[in-house]
Design a protein around this ligand. Sequence first.
Ligand code: SF4
Ligand SMILES: [Zn+2]
Ligand SMILES: [Zn+2]
Length: 306
Amino acid sequence: MKCRKCTISAVINLRQHRLALCREHFNEWFLGHCASTIRKYGMISPGDRMLIAVSGGKDSLGLWDVLTRLGYQVEGLTIQLGIDEGGQYSAKSLECTHKFAKDRGLILHELNIQQEYGESVPQMLQHARAGEDKPCSVCGLVKRHELNRYTMANGFNVLVTGHNLDDEAAVLFTNSLIWNTSQLGRQLPVMEDRGEFAKRIKPFVRFYERETTAYALLNHIDYIEEECPFSTGSRTNHYKTILNGMEDEHPGLKYRYYLSFIENKKAGLLNFAEDRQYVEYLCDQCGQPTNQPGLCAFCRLVGRKI
Ligand code: SF4
Ligand SMILES: [Zn+2]
Ligand SMILES: [Zn+2]
């Protein structure tokens, strides 16, 4: 198959866009598509101080690379969760992240959960309450809390994450199956800052995972290929598999599914109450936003062992 823009062989066929591209033109398309996503959703304003959450995976490192190439100055934050079961997942992810930042002269901040709070995420999992016992629920809570805290405490006003279209479509699928309106209300490519919540942006939301993987491989980004040991059998992965099966039959389905949801929300046709109101209280201990009086869920989790 030939590249649509020149005569050499294509390295990727973007079926949903009916576009086959060679390496050079894929890179050109990828950077342009990301820049257009940033413009389309008003993600970045002049003077923004951006912090990107980097896990050492293809999405976060690829996004940091793209934003740098587009001329943005973005510092990175890696959170050491202490997930080392059945291997060295956290250690390897830190190694890839360090190398990436060092090779490009980028500033990388590090936060070690065990050093900060006396225990790793797997240890926190041991005393999580029923209903919080899924590793990803506890881990997600820790990451959300710490990313926001670190962003706000260190003079950044925008938190950048590498969520891609497959991630967002799976979350949308999960939440719409049970009509979780509070989560559906919060699912946007941009969440504007709300008091103690930093603005959050997801510039990769219009890329399929196979496109972000292709970008990382074609640009020789050394990323951690190993999956987190806790991701095996997770509900999100299960729903990703279902959506991929449908995508095979109907190319572009995931793209339309997620982006139509966003467009309908923007047009006010899906008007969840949580779009308008979310932050009600500030945690008595850490001062971060919470939806109930007293301690936030993170402070309750961290304090429960005492
Ligand atoms: S897969 Fe789950 S446990 Fe592993 S890093 Fe992601 S959220 Fe955390
Ligand atoms: Zn070409
Ligand atoms: Zn708190």
